[in-house]
Design a protein around this ligand. Structure first.
Ligand code: MGD
Ligand code: MGD
Ligand code: SF4
Ligand code: MO
Length: 759
């Protein structure tokens, strides 16, 4: 076996999978410090004449790009194949922590059901086509639609994994922005867009979010999250559950405001405050009102905030005794939390998807921030502070919510990413429909509310392009299904979550292995389509390799870093901890440098707040409400085909009920139940969860048949988003955030078929 060693650019690594078929395999090593940015040392090993497999094992430091913490991992590559991932003990921040979802990356990489070649579907038949055919065919259809109907006929949906891919933003603007495409959708409107809207109104920028200072706080209010399972969101803290346990061991008081007593709550961490779903905004208002009425606002609030009197006037409508019934939290308990939170020398708060997905996520995020501010805990040690920046994101994302809210085709909405809950409406619109949709790293059929209507919409499209790891449920409707490289097949930098971390680090990873078969990175796919359409393309740059990293280089340069520095530190380059004082000193973007504590842009939302309160106050007392839940062995819809994550009871997503509710409804574990909302109906298997508040039922999302995936065919589960509100009026208009929790439902046993004797 002969061996040559030489330097090769990353672009070239795309060619490697082609070489492999001709008897050559490649090993990509850790980038060595002396190498220039895009250059990796590569060892080619030629197979011997008999074609015996190459041997040898190497370990490469990399990182996980499934969720926010970006945990350091070590990949084992044997005979050129990724065989295992394990936690990186030498990582300066995650220090040997990683979860099962992360480690399952090796199984996803090797999954035989992955997309490996471009597929074209025509008259119900799918056939393998060349990349040239694929990009040529897509370019031709896009060009003719543009000519005939203009850019409004084209839509884009970017899913959640796109956020963890530093390269996805390279080809995308070149293609879609140049075409003038404005109908852009993003999973954020099913996740967190309320936070962008609220931050814009309070801080003058959508990119400023103050994190709880877990290591130093003495009181922590956590609403609508379950860190032990999810590992957190809008927060980069590896092993956040451990941080909670450490804080509690130090004596910190922790409240989990949640309709469910979660895996995260308990004697090691803190107590659950079992709230009724979709009512957090009133609890938060009552806490602030109680503090105002008793100990008063901290004097620093007058310096930090504008319009405090207007805030006072708003919360005065919601005293503890008035909200107690609606929230399902006794007034005394609310007063107790207010007292203890205000009295704690350092207190912090955080809220996540359970509150984002209610009807008033934007106001809830505002009030959560106000609770921190009026107790003097904003931008203070042990309170809420922004993460250390690398790139001045807050300045770049400056905005004005009042100007952002516009009259859209389907009613008021925020400019920017369109509401996912309207995707089907845009496609089925009679006057100016979206006729071609490109879906990148997303599975909207299962993750956006309203499956039935989305099916109609996807059927009506003239062109659907799905760029994914898998032939996912959305891909069933695709004319072109394009195979994406996975995270271990691409070089990357963790730019997406910079500024959201308690301890900021910049991490580089090389492509651990070359893309299998014909998988390609998204930027390359989009750049090829751009070329075919005669548009500028990064592939036509003098040096495409330098060009495709230019955005990352620019972001790093803003922080005084170079890619050389970053690539030389294979376990991540620590940048610094979140800094008290930096919010007001550097980040805030309002003209007076103060937080707007009662933005005028909230007027309509505040009027709605009163209306929703009246509606909740008169609701029938036994009204069941559906909430979402996550499972430790899933990641939205895309772990459906990983055998080790779907064993045992994880063969379906049951409807979980409190045992008393189940008895009242005549349901036992294992029974089939019908769940009906005003928007749809599903059948689900019943399971009990004594941790659920009475009157609350829960289901995991991300399930539902994905015919292209073997395990999903055997264990499809049901898509809970059939039950979720969609269409005009179903989302929060200032943020475009979908409503995915606190949905009124009716649950009844599925009528058994008639006894055979009766038939
Ligand atoms: N009812 C309800 N609905 C929800 C939620 C809920 O709690 N309840 N949660 C919401 C939330 S928070 C989110 S973020 C959304 C998620 O919504 P989506 O982003 O639409 O869905 P995912 O299931 O995350 O699908 C990701 C897709 O990307 C593919 N993928 C993974 N990695 C890559 C890659 O590197 N490149 C490419 N091209 N594809 C890749 C996967 O195979 C999968 O098909 O769902 C939302 N929907
Ligand atoms: N294992 C696993 N990890 C994941 C994911 C996954 O699907 N599986 N998805 C990833 C993604 S995309 C995201 S965005 C993050 C999300 O991370 P988290 O926001 O922590 O998500 P969840 O674990 O769903 O926690 C939401 C909690 O809100 C509660 N809740 C529901 N309705 C309400 C309400 O009205 N009020 C209050 N106060 N609480 C409510 C639920 O009981 C649940 O415990 O997780 C990420 N990590
Ligand atoms: S916590 Fe998230 S980033 Fe860390 S290993 Fe698990 S899935 Fe990956
Ligand atoms: Mo998410």
């Amino acid at each position: 076996m002969s061996m040559i060693r030489r330097e090769i650019s990353i672009t070239e690594s795309y060619l490697i999978s082609g070489f492999a078929g001709r008897g050559m395999r490649t090993i990509i090593r850790d980038p060595a410090p002396h190498l220039s940015r895009a250059t990796l040392p590569i060892t080619f090993r030629f197979l011997d004449a008999e074609g015996a497999g190459m041997s040898g094992e190497r370990r490469t430091a990399t990182y996980c790009r499934v969720c926010e913490p970006a945990c350091g991992l070590v990949a084992t590559v044997r005979d050129g194949e990724l065989v295992a991932l394990e936690p990186d003990r030498d990582h300066p921040v995650s220090r040997g922590f990683a979860c099962r979802k992360g480690m399952a990356g090796a199984a996803i990489h090797a999954d035989p059901d992955r997309l490996d070649h471009p597929l074209h579907r025509f008259d119900g038949e799918a056939e393998v086509r060349s990349w040239d055919d694929a990009v040529g065919g897509i370019a031709a259809t896009l060009t003719s639609l543009l000519d005939e109907y203009g850019p409004e006929s084209i839509g884009l949906y970017m899913g959640n994994p796109a956020s963890f891919n530093s390269q996805i933003g390279i080809g995308t603007p070149e293609l879609f922005a140049r075409l003038g495409v404005t109908r852009v959708f993003n999973s954020a409107t099913q996740d967190c867009s309320n936070k962008f809207a609220a931050a814009t109104a309070m801080f003058g920028t959508s990119a400023l979010h103050a994190l709880p200072d877990l290591r130093r706080t003495e009181a922590l209010l956590l609403l609508g999250s379950n860190w032990r399972v999810s590992k957190g969101s809008f927060l980069v803290v590896p092993n956040a559950y451990r941080e909670l346990a450490d804080a509690a061991a130090r004596g910190a008081r922790i409240w989990f405001v949640n309709p469910r007593d979660t895996e995260t709550a308990g004697p090691r961490t803190g107590e659950t405050v079992p709230i009724k779903p979709d009512t957090d905004v009133y609890l938060l208002a009552a806490l602030i009102h109680e503090i105002d009425r008793t100990c008063g606002f901290d004097p620093v609030a007058d310096e930090q905030g504008a319009h405090l009197d207007e805030l006072r006037a708003f919360v005065a409508d919601y005293p503890p005794e008035r909200v107690a019934e609606v929230c399902g939290v006794p007034a005394d308990r609310i007063r107790g939390i207010a007292r203890d939170f205000a009295a704690a020398p350092r207190a912090a708060a955080h809220m996540s998807t359970g509150v984002n997905m209610g009807r008033q996520g934007m106001l809830a995020y505002w009030l959560m921030t106000m609770l921190v501010l009026v107790t003097g805990n904003l931008d203070r040690e042990g309170g809420n502070i922004p993460g250390r920046e690398v790139y001045p994101a807050a300045r770049k994302a400056r905005g004005d919510l009042a100007r952002d809210v516009v009259d859209g085709e389907f009613g008021p909405m925020r400019r920017g990413h369109l509401p996912g809950a309207l995707l089907a409406d845009y496609v089925l619109d009679a006057e100016q429909p979206i006729r071609a949709l490109v879906v990148i790293a997303g599975n909207p059929l299962l993750t956006i509310p309203g499956e039935e209507r989305l099916r109609k919409a996807f059927e009506a499209l003239e062109l659907l392009v799905v760029i994914d790891l898998y032939p996912n449920a959305t891909g069933e409707y695709a004319d072109w299904l394009l195979p994406a490289a996975d995270m271990y097949e691409r070089a990357d930098v963790n730019v997406a979550t910079l500024g959201m971390a308690a301890s900021t680090f910049v991490q580089w990873t090389p492509a651990v292995v070359p893309p299998r078969h014909e998988r390609r990175e998204e930027w390359w796919i989009l750049a090829r389509i751009a070329q075919e359409m005669g548009l500028p393309s990064v592939l036509d740059a003098e040096d495409p390799e330098t060009a495709r990293w230019s955005r990352v280089d620019h972001m790093l340069a803003a922080g005084g870093l170079t890619r050389e520095q970053v690539t030389s530190r294979s376990h991540g380059l620590p940048v610094g901890d979140a800094e008290p004082g930096s919010l007001f000193a550097r980040h805030i973007q309002t003209t007076d440098g103060r937080v707007d504590c009662r933005p005028a842009a909230f007027d309509a939302a505040i009027a709605r707040c009163a209306r929703i309160f009246a509606e909740l106050a008169t609701e029938k007392p036994d009204q069941l409400k559906l909430i979402s839940r996550r499972d430790a062995k899933a990641q939205n819809s895309w772990y459906a085909n990983v055998p080790e994550m779907k064993r045992g009871p994880r063969d379906r997503n049951p409807l979980t009920l409190n045992p008393d509710d189940a008895t009242r409804l005549g349901l036992s574990p294992g029974d089939e139940a019908v769940v009906r909302s005003a928007w749809g109906e599903v059948r689900a298997t019943v399971a009990l969860d004594p941790g659920l508040r009475e009157g609350v039922v829960a289901m995991e999302h991300g399930w539902g048949l994905q015919p292209g995936l073997r395990l999903s065919r055997e264990r499809p589960g049901v898509n809970v988003n059939r039950l979720m509100p969609h269409g005009p009026g179903s989302y929060e208009p200032e943020s475009n955030m979908a409503r995915l929790t606190g949905i009124p439902v009716e649950v009844r046993p599925l009528r058994l078929p008639l006894e055979p004797s009766v038939v």
